[in-house]
Design a protein around this ligand. Sequence first.
Ligand code: HEC
Length: 91
Amino acid sequence: MFRQFLLVVVAASALAATAASAADIAAGGTIVKQVCSACHDPSAWKGKTPAQIDALIHEVVAGKVMHPKKLTLSDAQMADVAAYWASVANH
Ligand code: HEC
């Protein structure tokens, strides 16, 4: 059962990664400013692609990575945040 759940999570991140080009960078920026930027400096994501950042956020939201704050974001919101962080970190 847990294994199946993990597979679904992995499949969902793959889907979100392919949809990353449709991500809304401005919407991601709003979420980051409201929720994440108190603790995260975007330079930490330097060299990472939106798909890599998206996968990391999925792990945090799924509770697989220790995180000081419980995150509740939809797949679309995670893709938006990943697109925003990648765009500010790599420019
Ligand atoms: C209360 C402070 C705090 C807030 C708010 C916060 N984070 Fe974090 N986050 C951390 C800390 C501390 C870590 C672990 C150290 C690190 O990797 O920076 C972490 C780790 C992560 C990681 C894993 C990084 C890695 O390389 O494994 C991701 C992804 C992440 N946070 C995403 C987010 C997102 C997205 C938001 C906003 C929706 C957010 N965080 C809000 C403190 C915070």
